[in-house]
Ligand binder design. Structure first.
Ligand code: UD1
Length: 458
C-alpha cells in the first residue's frame, strides 16, 4: 500500500514532460496506418553521415525527439543540417570538431556511436561515456576494444573516452576483431570506423539487425566497400574517401510490431504500410502463436486479423533474428489478457521489466523472478494513472490502456516521443480515444486519485 501511494505521489509531480496521454479503452481500431522510418536506423545513419565529406540526403527520417538530438550533435560537430519534411540534408564539409558535448551524449546513447566515424575521418574523437539508463548499465567496452584492434589509442579519463589514431596518416588500420556479444551499437561503430581504414577489416560475431544492414547499404551508397551485413561476419575494405548519397531509411519494424500488437490486444482488424515483413518474422510468428492472423496486403503492407481469444506463449528476447527486446514490453501487455500462463525471459538488457509494476496496477497478474516474468492472464485490465519508465514500457502501457476498461492517464510521455512518431495521432486516426493534455490537467486528476487513495487508507 505504501509503495503504491509513493508511486502516485511521484506521478503528481512529473519531471520534464509537459503533457500526459488520456486513453479511454475498448474502442475498436480500423483503417490503415502509415509506419514511419526506423528510429534506430535514422540515428545511426545520421552518425554515418559524419563520414561524408560532402552533401548527403536521408529520406523517410522520422520526426522524433531522439532524431532531433542527433541533429543537434551533428550541428555541434560543425555539420550543416536542413530539414525538408521527412528529408534531412546533411552537409559534412565542415566537420571540424572532434568532441561530442556531454549534454547530448548523456541524453542519447546512440550519439556515442559517433566515435567511429569521427575517428575514421579526423583521426581523433572525444566522446563522453554514455552512462547507464533505465533499462541497464549498457557499457561500451566492445566498442572500445574494437577501436583499439583497429589501431586507435583509447583512454578513458574523467568520464570521457579519448581516442587518437597514432602515426602521420591518421588512418585506422584494417584488422580482425571478434565481438564477445553481437552488440548492435558496437557493430555499427566498428563498421563505420573501418570504412576509411587502411586495408581490410573482418568483424566476427556481429549484430545482424536490419538497421545494421541499412547502415552498411548507406555507407556503400557513399562509396564504402562493406559486404556480409546481415550475416555473422562483416568484411570492410577500407577506402581513402567517401562521397555523397541520397538514401531512404527502412520502415520501423518496432513501430510496425507495436501496431500489430495494438490490433491483437484490442481485437481489431486494420492494415499497416509500408513494412518489410521479413524484418518482423519473430514478431509475426509470436502473434500467430497467440492466435492472430497476419496477412500480406498489397506490395508492402500487412493486415492483422485478431483471434477470438489471446493464447498464452513463452518468449525469450535475443539478438536478431531472435525475438527483439524492443518488443518485449508490448507483448507482455498483450499476454496479460491471454487465457493462460506465459513466461517472458529478457536476456538482452538486465533491467527491462520495469513496466511490470505499472501493468499490475492496471489489474495484470505478473510476477518477476530475476530476468523472467510470469504472466498469468486475466479477463480484463482496468484504466489507472500510470507512469512510463522508458520508451518501450510507455508503448506497452498505451497498448494495455487501449484494451482496458475505463480511462488511463499516462505520464512520462516524453519517453514515448523519443521513439514513436505521433503515436497518439496515428491511433486516433484508427479510431482510438486518446488525447494529449497539458500535464497540469493530468496532475490535478492524479492528485485527486492520490487523495481518494489516502482517504481509502484511513
Ligand atoms: C540498440 C538499439 C536498442 C535495442 C538494442 C538491442 C539503437 C539506437 N538502439 O541499442 O533500441 O534495444 O540495440 O537490440 O540502435 N553491451 C556490452 N558492451 C558493449 C555494448 C553492449 O556489454 O560495448 C551489452 C549491453 O549492455 C546490452 C547488450 O550488450 O546488455 C545489447 O546492447 P546493444 O546491442 O549494444 O544495444 P544498443 O546498440 O545500445
Amino acid at each position: 500500500m505504501t509503495a503504491s501511494l509513493g508511486s502516485l505521489e511521484k506521478k503528481a509531480s512529473p519531471e520534464a514532460d509537459p503533457s500526459v496521454l488520456q486513453i479511454w479503452g475498448r474502442h475498436p481500431l480500423q483503417g490503415k496506418v502509415k509506419i514511419s522510418g526506423a528510429k534506430n536506423a535514422a540515428l545511426v545513419l545520421m552518425a554515418g553521415a559524419l563520414l561524408c565529406p560532402d552533401e548527403c540526403r536521408l529520406r523517410n527520417v522520422p520526426s522524433l525527439a531522439d532524431v532531433k538530438r542527433m541533429g543537434q550533435l551533428l550541428s555541434a560537430l560543425g555539420l550543416k543540417i536542413k530539414w525538408d519534411g521527412d528529408n534531412l540534408e546533411i552537409n559534412g564539409r565542415h566537420l571540424d570538431k572532434s568532441e561530442a558535448p556531454y549534454e547530448l551524449v548523456s541524453q542519447l546513447r546512440a550519439s556515442f556511436f559517433a566515435i567511429g566515424p569521427l575517428l575514421a575521418r579526423l583521426g581523433e574523437a572525444h566522446v563522453p561515456l554514455p552512462g547507464g539508463c533505465a533499462i541497464g548499465a549498457r557499457p561500451v567496452d566492445i566498442h572500445v576494444r574494437g577501436l583499439q584492434a583497429l589501431g586507435a589509442n583509447v583512454q578513458i579519463e574523467h568520464g570521457m573516452v579519448r581516442a587518437y589514431v597514432p602515426g602521420n596518416s591518421r588512418r585506422l588500420k584494417g584488422a580482425k576483431f571478434y565481438l564477445d556479444y553481437p552488440s548492435v551499437g558496437a557493430t555499427e561503430t566498428l563498421m563505420m570506423a573501418a570504412t576509411l581504414a587502411q586495408g581490410e577489416t573482418t568483424l566476427q560475431n556481429v549484430a545482424q539487425e536490419p538497421e545494421v544492414v541499412d547502415l552498411a547499404n548507406f555507407c556503400n551508397a557513399l562509396g564504402a566497400r562493406i559486404r556480409g551485413a546481415g550475416t555473422k561476419t562483416i568484411v570492410i575494405e577500407g577506402v581513402p574517401r567517401l562521397g555523397s548519397a541520397d538514401y531512404e531509411i527502412i520502415p520501423d519494424r518496432i513501430e510496425a510490431g507495436t501496431f500489430l500488437v495494438a490490433g491483437a490486444i484490442t481485437r481489431s482488424q486494420f492494415s499497416l504500410f509500408p513494412v518489410v515483413s521479413e524484418h518482423l518474422i519473430p514478431v509475426i510468428s509470436k502473434l500467430r502463436e497467440v492466435g492472430a492472423q497476419i496477412i500480406p496486403e498489397g506490395s508492402n503492407g500487412l493486415r492483422i486479423i485478431p483471434g477470438d481469444t489471446i493464447k498464452p506463449t513463452d518468449i525469450e528476447t535475443l539478438p536478431y533474428p531472435g525475438f527483439p527486446t524492443d518488443m518485449q514490453a508490448q507483448f507482455m501487455a498483450l499476454l496479460t489478457l491471454s487465457d493462460g500462463d506465459s513466461a517472458i525471459r529478457e536476456t538482452v538488457f538486465e533491467n527491462r521489466l520495469r513496466h511490470v509494476a505499472e501493468l499490475n496496477r492496471m489489474g495484470a497478474n505478473i510476477r518477476v523472478k530475476g530476468n523472467v516474468a510470469i504472466v498469468r492472464g486475466v479477463p480484463t485490465l482496468s484504466g489507472a494513472p500510470v507512469l512510463a519508465t522508458d520508451l518501450r514500457a510507455s508503448a506497452a502501457l498505451v497498448l494495455a490502456a487501449l484494451a482496458a476498461e475505463g480511462k488511463t492517464t499516462l505520464q512520462g510521455v516524453h519517453h514515448l516521443d523519443r521513439g514513436y512518431e505521433k503515436l497518439d495521432l496515428k491511433l486516433q486516426q484508427l479510431g482510438a480515444k486518446i488525447q494529449r493534455e497539458p500535464a497540469t490537467a493530468g496532475m490535478e486528476k492524479d492528485a485527486t486519485a492520490l487523495q481518494s487513495a489516502k482517504s481509502a487508507l484511513k
